[in-house]
Design a protein. Sequence first.
Length: 630
Amino acid sequence: MEKQASPIQALEQQRLLLQLEYNTEKEAFRQQTEQIGMDRKVKRGDAWWPVKVSKSYYNSLNQLAIEVIRSADTDIEHNFEFGRPVQFFTTSSQTSTITYYKMTGTVSFVDGDRMVITVPDGFPIIDLQNADQLGVQLSFDETSYRLMMEALDRAIKGKGRLGYLRDLFYSRQKPETFVFPPMHFPYLNSTQENAVNMVLRAKDVAIVHGPPGTGKTTTLVEAIRETLMRENQVLVCAQSNMAVDWISEKLVDRGINVLRIGNPTKVNDKMLSFTYERRFEAHPDYTQLWAIRKAIRDLRSHRKRGDEKFHQKLESLKSRATELEIRINNELFGEARVIASTLVGSANRLLDGHKFGTLFIDEAAQALEAACWIPMRRVSRVVLAGDHCQLPPTVKSIAALKAGLGKTLMEHIVEKHPEAVTLLKIQYRMNDDIMRFSSNYFYNGEVESAPEVKYRSILDLDTPMTWIDTSQLDLPADSDVTFKEQFVGESFGRINKAEAEVTLLALQHYFNQIGKQRLLDEHIDVGIISPYRAQVQYLRRLLTKREFFKPFRRLISVNTVDGFQGQERDIIVISLVRSNDDGQIGFLRDLRRMNVAITRARMKLIILGDKNTMTTHPFYQQLWQYIDNL
């Protein structure tokens, strides 16, 4: 029998795999930076070019900030978000060479075509303002890797509570629990109620497993509220800024004082009002602090030779500034009941010295294990919520993925401690026929539909799921397109132009059945999903050219599976793209992605794909048969 690795060996293995992933990603980034043309970078969403500097200023955290505006194609979705490192560059129109600025900056804020970037003091802002063809691109993210490595090292050496949790997660030792009679929550269903009770009883760890549409966030918010009846403050983290925003917003709606460390992705006033920066600026002592900081900058820039009192004046101002900063911070942290940040963001120096009873990690199945260890040093118990049958974490290194880097902490604990897991079993999103396949395949048939959504549909006697087999479609004899997939760019993915055309025709046909007026009156919304980015961009271009869809532009969004994570639409159309003679389906073999795609639909799901190519895989064979029997 194979000997089980000790907890420390398991984490040391994680560290090796993370190093491998780091090397792979860094090398890929280097090659991409050197070889890919600027237009491609812009198309991929990794660069804005050209940009103009609109202003520079010191922000409330006393960092030098530069605001840039992009003037190029603004339809392109980009990958810039809070906390990501970036580099400025200029391009020469004569030689088309790219010159990079040495210092890197950090994205502080992105909204539409405006981005605010914080840079180190002494950054050559004048050069940027005078630059001709200025651009900004994502830089390699060393910081996240460094923080994950440090977190693993801490967990490996961990004593006390951290060491206890490490050993518990990797062994069969039973997690400890409190004993008390179940509490009742009138607006939760029985499985949600059960989950909240499990969380409250857990001394060490609890897992809320929430399949699509089962109200995971509702349950988690309730669990956080109840925990706050017993604890003064909790830490809430998630892998992405978007997930942190989502849960923060729900907590604020319930009247809970949330302090959001880091900037939100969705820039609306409600979100901003609970960010640390805004609260800091709104504090009555802030104007005084700002005046002192300005005095420090003025003193430095106008230093006179031989001024013996310079250091004395500077130190006096600095100590007053520090004293005010500490006072404001203590008040902000003292009032907040929930501190919310991304997993990586929980390493922020603002949290130094803070300890929490409970850490809640939302979307835990999308986070690398190493990232979950970052906030773990600050807490004594942890609650993970998510669904390991949906999107996994992104891993670029195939070798690291095969050796287990993609396996999350949540999966480890689900395997070792099934007694700590509660499955939410009632879904409120989908027509029962759409939900049933996913429930049977991924959740042992345990997920049921709430009565109010069971038979929801747009048209009477409609079939909720259809699969249009593109291998059965005929193209005009003079057509130069085929239903075979094509390759675009080195790593840009696959595209199937004929299938894209038919995707829009199928949607147009369905729209005609519903009727224009009803679509507009009832705001029936549509998601067009393709696993391939190239197909998404092609579909977007086709859609803007189609006169028919003009009135419905606001109701239709086109994106990858990852882009639709956590969302839902009345109608979902999926273009699978793959069509070849070898039955190759590439990363569509990751069935969790497909689970996400099909469970976004409330009332109607239309799949387009080559049956012969797709059904070489048993999952798609079963899906085809299931739809065929409806």
